[in-house]
Ligand binder design. Structure first.
Ligand code: CMC
Length: 437
């Protein structure tokens, strides 16, 4: 809390409000007592300017295009050495794991990789064409049916085991949903393989033919998961916190995060980007037409993969992914005409005053799909991969909130603008005038 106070005047009242200062010097006016003390509420639709918590996990400077996990700049993870499991630990526990901690966590991940047979049978009851995000949300939520000791996670050992179970099993569930959608047999996890390699194995091996994992593909998937691992109070993470604030268990809270992520304005955007690039490539659309449609306020079309609530600069994750596309494509000698389409769209958008004035730049979803496609990941799995990456972030935020003794249930206010008082009318006397609103 700072010495400084914010002053709010309303009518003849002068109200002093406390001010918080973040690590980077950003100031936040504390309005939490405004209702109790003065019967006033604040209005902030879409929570665009409201801090809902104090957090030590991730820092973003949207104007400068900076992203740091526990203080480490995101660019430092763009080398072959850091891996997703280390980053998951970092986000959840606050520091990079020691060698022993990393080994211990890896053993837990290996031991928890198998899908409970009951859960596997439950997934089998879903139609093979089920959207993978729906299967994922349902399966995560149902995990507590099979591991009831995860309903309350008050001791450290219980928490770490539950976190390892969820982080490990999410990729088994994801791979299994994909295999079912293709009519392919389930591939069980291989304890000899590391996290990312094991996921690729479960996605692409056959019972009689082991998938050959190339280091370039493994590194690129590792990087994608790391870049998606946390992004402070984005829609899905805020959802996890809202649900968790009611003391809902970690699995249900993260399952709600999956549902939020599925939306096309959030994680579902990576699917929309690919559909847009494919439509352009197949000749149904031109890049110029996309740009014009996105600018047309009478047209609901948006340039997917562009714009961000927080970044008013190039999303640093998109920058890394764009460079990674070039690197991986040249190493794999892979060519994808959609990469040229994406580059052309970006070039047109960045040169257009509509996008420049609104500070709309490519976000993480613009290039991730092209990279995933190069690895053979089908489009309907893109958002699932985002969810696998984001899970440690959700867990970290659930834990941070759970560990705060002063946690209160989240419960926003509203400005009521409906009827004042009307009388109940028995059904026989009701007449509809006009249409239902
Ligand atoms: N195409 C065209 N216009 C846009 C776009 C876009 N992609 N994004 C924002 N705008 C316009 C918007 O119409 C508004 O214009 P005006 O000021 O004339 O009314 C202005 O820019 C500000 O936009 P906003 O809707 O107030 O921005 P927001 O912070 O509410 O929304 C967003 C952020 C990411 C939902 C939005 O930029 C968008 O819909 N982008 C496309 C979907 C997308 O790529 N989502 C992935 C986001 S990053 C990863 C993640 O979070 O999952």
């Amino acid at each position: 809390m700072s010495e400084e106070k914010a002053i709010l005047t309303i009518g003849d009242k002068r109200i002093e409000l406390p001010v918080f200062v973040g690590t980077n010097g950003d100031k936040a006016v504390d309005v939490s007592k405004l209702y109790d003390d003065h019967h006033l509420i604040t209005y902030d639709p879409a929570l665009a300017n409201t801090a809902i918590c104090h957090s030590k996990i991730t820092f973003i400077d949207g104007d400068a295009g900076i992203l740091r996990y526990r203080g480490i700049p995101i660019e430092q993870f763009d080398t072959p050495s850091p891996n997703f499991v280390e980053v998951a630990w970092l986000l959840i526990f606050g520091t990079l794991p020691t060698h022993e901690e990393l080994i211990d966590f890896r053993v837990r991940l290996t031991n928890n990789a198998l899908l409970h047979e009951g859960l596997r049978q439950r997934i089998e009851l879903l139609p093979p064409s089920a959207p993978p995000m729906a299967s994922l949300s349902a399966a995560l939520s149902e995990m507590v049916c099979y591991y009831k000791n995860y309903l309350t996670l008050d001791d450290d050992e219980q928490f770490i085991e539950a976190a390892a179970r969820m982080i490990s099993t999410i990729r088994t569930i994801a791979a299994y949903s994909y295999r079912r959608s293709q009519g392919l047999p389930i591939i069980y996890p291989d304890p000899k393989l590391r996290y990312v390699a094991n996921f690729l194995h479960m996605m692409f091996s056959y019972p009689y033919l082991q998938y050959e994992i190339t280091p370039e593909v493994e590194d690129a998937m590792n990087l994608i998961l790391i870049l998606h691992a946390d992004h402070e109070q984005n829609c899905s993470t805020a959802t996890v916190r809202v649900v968790g604030s009611a003391k809902a268990n970690m699995f249900s809270s993260c399952a709600s995060g999956v549902s939020a992520l599925w939306g096309p304005l959030h994680g579902g955007a990576n699917v929309k980007v690919m559909e847009m690039l494919e439509a352009i490539y197949k000749g149904g659309l031109t890049p110029e037409h996309c740009i014009e449609a996105a600018k047309d306020k009478t047209n609901p079309f948006r340039l997917f993969g562009f714009g961000h609530r927080v970044y008013k600069n190039y999303d640093p994750r998109a920058k890394i992914l764009k460079a990674s596309c070039d690197r991986v494509f040249s190493k794999l000698k892979h060519n994808d005409p959609l990469l040229d389409v994406a580059r052309r769209l970006e070039e047109l958008a960045l040169a257009d005053s509509y996008f420049a004035d609104r500070k709309l730049y490519p976000n993480v979803d613009f290039y991730s799909g092209i990279l995933l496609r190069a690895m053979g990941i089908p489009t309907n799995m893109f958002t699932v991969i985002f969810a696998i990456g984001r899970l440690p972030g959700w867990i970290a935020h659930w834990k941070e909130q759970h560990d705060v003794p002063t946690n209160r249930i989240m419960r926003p206010r509203q400005i009521y603008e409906g009827n004042e008082i009307v009388n109940y009318i028995p059904v026989k006397d009701r007449v509809r005038v006009g249409s239902i609103q």
